[in-house]
Design a protein around this ligand. Structure first.
Ligand code: FE2
Ligand code: FE2
Length: 178
């Protein structure tokens, strides 16, 4: 695998890790409503900043849109479908945020489950079909240029201490909510 695709696959692992924590937290029946609402608020923040602005930002703007002209019809259709899934994921994050604002644990939990199902399928499709297919179309050099651009997206979205804040948040879920 090239540098850029390895970076995206690593981010997939982080997203899957968070979705596994979500699953465990949803099975913990000892949590108060207040701590669940706080968790869903933080989860929406992670999904918005890390999964969407950083990760989907890298994929859409710095990879898919650039590679579309190099792709065949089948690959183009898959890219369109994957971008539509990013749009759906964004809408579900808005649902989680609205549920948190309304104080509804039930609605936040349902929306989070929906997000988890969508992203598991989406990530599987990217890891197993889209990325191997794109790797055949780009050179090592192009992978490196793409990786440099990914670093800029990362700086814009996770810079200024945001990355550390997210890491601390995930640690606190693991230590306090499971
Ligand atoms: Fe994606
Ligand atoms: Fe992805």
């Amino acid at each position: 695998m090239g540098k850029a695709t390895i970076d995206l696959v690593k981010e997939h692992e982080t997203i899957i890790h968070v979705l596994e924590l979500l699953n465990k937290i949803q099975k913990n029946d000892k949590l108060s409503e207040a701590s669940q609402i706080k968790f869903y608020g933080e989860l929406a923040y992670f999904l918005e900043i890390f999964a969407d602005k950083c990760h989907h930002g890298k994929e859409e703007v710095r990879m898919y849109h650039i590679l579309i002209p190099l792709c065949d019809e089948l690959e183009k259709n898959l890219i369109v479908a994957l971008i539509e899934e990013h749009v759906k994921a964004r809408a579900i994050v808005r649902e989680i945020k609205a549920a948190v604002e309304a104080g509804s644990v039930e609605e936040a939990a349902q929306a989070a489950k929906k997000y988890s199902i969508l992203l598991h399928d989406h990530i599987r499709e990217e890891n197993e079909v889209m990325f191997p297919s794109l790797e055949k179309r780009i050179t090592e050099k192009q992978q490196e240029i793409m990786y440099e651009r990914f670093q800029q997206v990362e700086e814009q979205t996770l810079g200024g201490g945001v990355k550390d804040k997210l890491i601390m948040m995930i640690d606190s879920w693991e230590n306090e909510l499971i």
